[in-house]
Design a protein around this ligand. Structure first.
Ligand SMILES: [Zn+2]
Length: 113
């Protein structure tokens, strides 16, 4: 009848979480003096700006991690009469455009799968 791609949500969650973790780690490394690659002898340091720069990295990382937890599957409403589905953007139930009756939340759909 219809399919909802759950995998892409999971992939996005993982990517945001890993990105956030990496950003926090980078922020921490900056407070410890900077990045150093021993093999190539490369060293990146932000000097006196290390704390503001580190703060940006850590805040950005935490936002990513927060978003990775907040990200969830889309919710849908369904018309009990014609089974028309619409995506829910707000908590208010929409009316079916065809039948002019209130739609119902599609709760429990994922659990039944
Ligand atoms: Zn309908």
């Amino acid at each position: 009848m219809f399919s909802i791609d759950k995998t892409s949500i999971l992939v996005q969650k993982i990517m945001f979480f890993l990105g956030g973790t990496a950003s926090c780690w980078a922020g921490y490394k900056i407070t410890q003096g900077g990045f150093e690659w021993k093999k190539s002898g490369m060293f990146i340091s932000y000097g006196e700006f290390k704390y503001p720069v580190a703060l940006v990295f850590i805040v950005n990382g935490l936002l990513f991690i927060w978003y990775s937890f907040k990200l969830k599957e889309k919710e849908f409403a369904i018309c009990p009469k014609c089974e028309e589905m619409v995506e829910l953007h707000i908590n208010k139930m929409p009316k079916c455009q065809k039948c002019k009756i209130d739609m119902e939340p599609l709760n429990g759909f994922y659990k039944e799968q």
